[in-house]
Design a protein around this ligand. Sequence first.
Ligand code: TRH
Length: 386
Amino acid sequence: MSTSTTLAIFCKVVDNYGDIGICWRLARQLVREHGVQVTLWVDDLHSFARICPGVDAAAASQRTEGVVVRHWAGQEGTFAPADVADVVIEFFAVDIPPGYVEAMAQCERKPVWLNLEGLSAEEWVEGCHTLPSMHPRLPLTKHFYFPGFTDKTGGLLRERDLLDARTRFQADPAAVSAFLSGLGITATEQAARKVSLFCYRHAPVSALFECWRAGAAEVACFVPEGVASGSVEAFLGGAAKAGAVATRGALTVRVLPFVPQPDYDRLLWACDVNFVRGEDSFVRAQWAARPFVWHIYPQDDNLHHKKLRAFLQRYCPDIASLADLSLWWNGAGVNDNMEEEGWAELWTAFQRDRDVLLSRARDWENRMLEIGDLAENLLRFARSLR
Ligand code: TRH
């Protein structure tokens, strides 16, 4: 495929920021690193604007960082074959507008149609990755494409210059300090054990706060506005607005503004421990090369616990402190009513293993690098189908 390849991504914001976070990252990377002409169709521009302030939430069409962003306002509309991109990606099995699909079928040279799926460490993913699925009525074939952690999957999203930028940043204490100060983080907080905290509402945040408050080491915990608000407000004794801060015992909790995606990366790079969630922040924590704890997106019948275990089995089958803390954090511990001392033990063990965790992060990074990055792998696969 030449550099004039056109590609459309259809993204529905089901919940939170991960859907648009991932699609935006992919779109930007395809433009910047591969010269692809990308149109990103997204139904919720307000969520998009939170992670990318350059986006105008009222515009039907706009160009941002080289990506054409179209507001996907509904399923209506007629399209001509000339409107159809060479490669069409539906994210998380969204229903592309029927008129667009009809136009795809009318194209003389059929577009490549991919369903980009969610990230999972489960083994079945390898068997489904790149499988074709024929349209029941139209002369079109869709292929499943899975991100993942093995060379039988598409790998993880990673910008070409990401790891160099991270390494430079982490090796430059003045840059780290300037960045943190820019977020209002004081010198005292910077000298403490710095923890970023991004999780879902049901995480046992208050129990962890209590463990840190009563602990011997100073902990500074940074929480984005709108996250774990109940526990944060209980700790602060007031509204969890950006800039709010309180110290009790050994713990300082500070509410941060929701920052643009590149700054969120820097926050992860700057912290000693990152609590992350969902899919995109989870992957970014892996590229931060710092110990992290994952809060997985909840699913019915605790299906997510199976997914969590599958990841832990790949990432840290031999590091009990991380596996245990992760399971408890996700409500998958041995019993749900752990006493305070239980959390203290988990946290202490996790801290004691810090060197092991740092070295695991490096080894893991090298393993992931061998797979190549998702954008490049996906493009290569699409090219093989054209
Ligand atoms: O927001 P999420 O909970 O999104 C989730 C997951 O993607 C999940 O798999 C999906 O099924 C569900 O949405 C519908 O968590 P995630 O994936 O980490 O996405 C958060 C995005 O927000 C990520 O791109 C990073 C970005 N972000 C910022 O840009 N600035 C911030 O300050 C923070 C905290 C996050």
